[in-house]
Write a protein that binds this ligand. Structure first.
Ligand code: V0V
Length: 141
């Protein structure tokens, strides 16, 4: 049901500085950008130039406001790695599987994620201290 590590998410306060750094220092391409009001983020998906389709990406996450989960994360920890996301083929089935193992997911139903994906999160306290995102890409089924 889990097919890949989809992306890692980095909390940043300066969106442009972060995307420029990945481009100039490491040659990442900016493959997608959007604002997700519900999640309180401006985000970009960056892929290593020349990487095959489906390769793991870096997601830059900048807060839209002081109340954003990303603003809260940066206040507490400073900028840095905020989440790891795994790609799934059927998020509802994965949520049911986790619930059956008493692993807490944050939302009772998936929410809208990047590029019309469906997303949910495993609580970091139930995932070894890692905020683990589940992402079912659009058009998966
Ligand atoms: C909090 N904790 C973390 C953490 N955030 N541990 C690891 N990684 C993180 N990112 C720890 C924190 O240190 C506490 O541990 C404990 O969890 C509870 O933290 P809290 O401060 O009480 O709780 P909050 O209010 O910070 O909330 C934490 C959660 C929140 C995870 C519930 O950040 C959340 O709802 N996240 C899901 C949504 C999200 O992250 N959206 C932005 C990305 P101690 O101190 O008690 O030991 S949007 C996105 O990824 C999109 C759109 C996409 O990919 O498509």
């Amino acid at each position: 049901l889990v097919t890949a590590v989809d992306h890692v998410g980095i909390a940043v306060s300066d969106f442009d500085a972060a995307t420029t750094w990945y481009r100039d220092a490491l040659g990442f391409d900016n493959v997608h950008e959007e604002i997700n009001e519900e999640q309180g983020v401006r985000e970009a998906m960056l892929a290593p130039a020349g990487a095959p389709d489906g390769s793991a990406m870096v997601q830059i996450l900048a807060p839209l406001s002081d109340t954003s989960t990303i603003a809260k994360f940066i206040d507490k920890n400073g900028p840095g790695l905020q989440q790891m996301a795994v790609r799934v083929t059927d998020i509802d089935a994965v949520m049911a599987h986790l619930a059956a193992h008493d692993i807490r997911v944050l939302y009772p139903e998936p929410k809208k994620g990047t590029a019309h994906s469906r997303i949910n999160f495993v609580h970091p306290k139930d995932a070894g201290g890692v905020l683990l995102e589940l992402v079912e890409p659009a058009g998966t089924h």
